[in-house]
Design a protein around this ligand. Structure first.
Ligand code: CA2
Length: 150
């Protein structure tokens, strides 16, 4: 069976390409999913996607991932800086997880410098725009390749 990865995006990421192109670029959320999907085909892995503007829905998606996916890529967006619930869900599920940020939150407002979820992640990719998701996919694939083939 091939590697299965769940890509989770938090609040407002569905607006990609429609607002603040100076920070988040002009590629839409749908185009991002297509980019990730076509990389997954090259890597011979399976990807699925989940986006929500609601913290509890993100927690539910992480819990449901157990047993269905081998790893998680997550951009919790603003919840990165506030959510102990998402941190606890990631720790409870225990799947290898890579944190992604399109921008580099460490170089922005002070309140973006804290990531509650980082301690539950094997790596963080930040400030690389949308290609950061592809880097995260490859990192997770390499991490999982001991147990599976990527
Ligand atoms: O850089 C990132 O990926 C962030 O996770 C994005 C969050 C922000 O709160 C984090 O500090 C860093 C915001 C997501 C907002 O997404 C938008 C996308 C397009 C247009 C407007 C908002």
């Amino acid at each position: 069976m091939s590697v299965r990865i769940l890509v989770i995006n938090g609040p407002n990421i569905n607006l990609l390409g429609t607002r603040e192109p100076d920070i988040y670029g002009s590629t839409t959320y749908t185009e991002l999913l297509e980019m990730i999907q076509s990389e997954a085909v090259k890597l011979k892995i399976e990807v699925d996607f989940f986006q929500s503007n609601h913290e509890g829905a993100l927690v539910d998606a992480i819990q449901i991932a157990r047993g269905k996916f081998d790893g998680i890529i997550i951009n919790p967006a603003a919840y990165t800086h506030t959510s102990v619930a998402i941190l606890d869900a990631l720790k409870a599920v225990g799947l290898p997880t890579v944190e992604v940020h399109i921008s580099d939150p460490d170089t922005r407002d002070d309140f973006r410098k804290i990531s509650y979820i980082r301690s539950a992640c094997i790596a963080t990719v930040k400030g690389k725009g949308l290609p950061g998701y592809i880097e995260a996919l490859k990192l997770l694939c390499a991490h999982l390749s001991g147990a599976h083939q990527c």
